[in-house]
Write a protein that binds this ligand. Structure first.
Ligand SMILES: [Zn+2]
Length: 310
């Protein structure tokens, strides 16, 4: 919970948007999650453990009231926790839109404005070549782990055509499917699937090293967009038990600044580090990555994909 929270708190504009919407959610009982998160942000730099403890218990209770899997003190997956929190936050959106319109104002869901992106999913029948296109919304992508590969390469693999069984009207049963970005988020949340099946079909943790770039380019049909790493959650241990830590850009640091100041949040210990150190040290452990959009590159994409008729 600490690592997931530290990563969310590192998304300054995301948290800023929640704070700016305070008028809308402050008196809505269902929005306890937003209130607690903002309260945690307010005492983020406090050294009073008792105040933090109460708020963290309150946060855990709010999340586990919706998702009972997090009620106990058993070890849980940080990715599941994080996506549960984001889904909960997003689920408040219809109610808060209504409240906002009663108040004569507008509500912007922080998850929708910072993390959500759309993907085009194209399916093509191998027998008759008929294509169908649908669009889906995502808040993150789960990438297959490729040892020694860069995050960019793992993302590229996700966008590569795959084969699937699908019964077409023509009678064909084999189709090809491909994902491509229709929109890109302000913050791209990536989850690395650090597990594999053993020869006896048992899941085990994969500690294979990857190459963790400070900057990467995401290719879309509309252009190439540069992203910079601003936070990562690492897992140390095996599948059943272990420890999470979070590394994030030092608050108030402009990306691209030569200072490269970062912080490592290891439960109650917080220490200074640098982004270049993190990219090197977390190759075996990086599990969840937060990349922030930096800008669209001028030149048009060299993306190897063809355009699709819709
Ligand atoms: Zn067909």
């Amino acid at each position: 919970m600490n690592s997931s929270l530290q990563s969310l708190l590192a998304l300054e504009e995301f948290i800023g948007d929640i704070v700016s919407m305070q008028k809308v959610w402050s008196f809505v009982p269902e929005a306890q999650l937003l209130r607690t998160l903002v309260d945690i942000k307010k005492i983020h730099t406090s050294t009073d453990p008792q105040r933090k403890r109460l708020l963290l218990f309150s946060f855990k209770k709010t999340v586990s009231d919706q998702a009972p899997a997090f009620r106990s003190n058993l070890q849980n997956d940080a990715y599941e926790f994080l996506t549960t929190v984001l889904a909960h936050m997003r689920g408040l959106s219809p109610l808060l839109h209504k409240v906002a319109s009663h108040l004569g104002t507008r509500y912007t869901c922080p998850v929708e404005s910072h993390l959500v992106f759309k993907m085009d999913i194209t399916r093509m029948c191998k027998s008759c070549d008929i294509r169908s296109l649908r669009q889906e919304e995502f808040t993150n992508l789960s990438l297959d782990l490729i040892p020694e590969a860069t995050v960019e390469q793992m993302l590229q693999l996700y966008l590569t055509e795959t084969q699937l069984e699908y019964k077409c009207n023509c009678g064909g049963t084999e189709s090809a499917q491909r994902f491509s970005f229709a929109t890109l988020p302000e913050v791209l949340l990536l989850h690395l699937k650090r597990f594999r099946c053993t020869s006896v079909c048992k899941l085990e943790k994969a500690n294979d090293p990857i190459r963790l770039p400070a900057n990467m380019v995401v290719y879309t049909r509309k252009g190439n967009v540069q992203y910079s790493l601003i936070s990562s959650i690492s897992h140390f241990g095996v599948l059943e038990l272990g420890h999470y830590i979070c590394d994030s850009v030092h608050p108030g640091t402009d990306l691209g600044e030569s200072s490269d100041r970062w912080l490592t949040f290891n439960d109650s210990q917080v220490c200074e580090t640098s982004g270049s150190h993190i990219c090197k040290e977390r190759q075996h452990t990086a599990y969840i990555l937060f990349y922030k959009k930096q800008g669209v590159q001028e030149r048009w994409t060299d993306e190897p994909h063809q355009d699709v008729e819709t």
